[in-house]
Design a protein around this ligand. Structure first.
Ligand code: HXC
Length: 261
């Protein structure tokens, strides 16, 4: 599928990885309706393709994404936003992908850009990355999960500081705060993210999907319910050939060859 605002690649160095680049350089990858709709389509395509085990979402060296497209939103009325249920369907299309998505963030990840990165499963950052929720400067609020996900990731104090002042956080502060899992030099970020994704794609896709579901459940349930779900899914993994293969390979001191069955 050809896209107007995205470039989708299959890196030869990592079979099993789909690399999606946001591509609106003229607007620092600002998220407009076309881009978010296309992103949902590209993710659905990756989800439906058995040869894809992990997805990397990235932008350009200057910007992962500088936010939702302010020029698209500026003249909208409350009725317009409400009738369109602005970006709800597009966000759902990202939130419901069952394969892992790594955000590889270089440069600005602001507003909707920061929210998009947080919708991914984890964030790898370039040393040039800058995160922020500057919506307050526009007289609005984050609208695709920022107040909720940032607070869960970095805690109330830093989330309030970021959201009420609109200030940016650099990569080191973001890593210290728990927003980012690792930092790489900017010129190596995408290669390193593809390498990490390649490692994930080499695992059992069944176990990977269940592990993703379980970590996400930690945000939605009580500890008792989450641990009970974990135990059930852990037990259920013993129904798959991949569990037999993974454990046999360990005992036989060889690499496992997972089949996804
Ligand atoms: C539309 C944008 C944009 C955006 C940048 N551009 N961000 N267009 N929406 N969010 C455009 C600029 O208008 C400009 O176009 C071009 O990209 C380059 O940007 P500059 O500002 O010239 O670059 P620079 O001086 O380097 O500054 C970079 C920047 C700044 C600090 C990132 O662009 C900026 O502050 N952007 C807005 C960040 C923001 O407020 N994000 C939150 C948006 S609200 P021209 O045509 O002039 O060259 C949001 C709500 C989410 O995200 C909720 C959704 C439901």
């Amino acid at each position: 599928m050809a896209f107007e605002t995205l470039i989708v690649e299959r890196p030869t160095t990592a079979p099993g990885v789909a690399l999606i680049r946001l591509n609106r350089p003229e607007a620092l990858n600002a998220l407009n309706s076309v881009l978010l709709t296309e992103l949902g389509q590209a993710l659905a395509q990756a989800q439906g393709d058995d040869t894809v085990g992990c997805i990397v979402l990235t932008g350009s060296p200057k910007a992962f994404a500088a936010g939702a497209d302010i020029k698209e939103m500026s003249d909208k009325s409350y009725a317009d936003m409400f009738k369109a249920d602005f970006f709800t369907a597009q966000a759902r299309a990202i939130e419901t992908v069952r394969k892992p998505i790594i955000a590889a963030v270089s440069g600005y990840a602001l507003g909707g850009g920061c929210e998009l990165a947080m919708m991914c499963d984890f964030i790898l950052a370039a040393d040039t990355a800058k995160f922020g929720q500057p919506e307050i400067n526009l007289g609005v609020a984050p609208g695709i999960g920022g107040t909720q996900r940032l607070t869960r990731l970095v805690g109330k104090s830093k989330a309030m500081d970021m959201i009420l002042t609109g200030r940016m956080m650099d990569a080191e502060e973001a890593e210290r705060a728990g927003l980012v899992s690792r930092i790489f030099p900017a010129d190596q970020l995408v290669d390193e993210a593809v390498k990490v994704a390649g490692k994930i794609a080499s695992q059992s896709p069944l176990a990977t999907a269940m592990n993703k579901e379980l970590v996400n459940a930690a945000y939605e349930t009580t500890l008792t319910t989450g641990v009970a779900l974990e135990r059930r899914l852990f037990h259920s993994l013993f129904a798959f050939d991949d569990q037999k293969e993974g454990m046999a390979a360990f005992v036989e001191k060889r690499k496992p060859a997972f089949k996804g069955s």
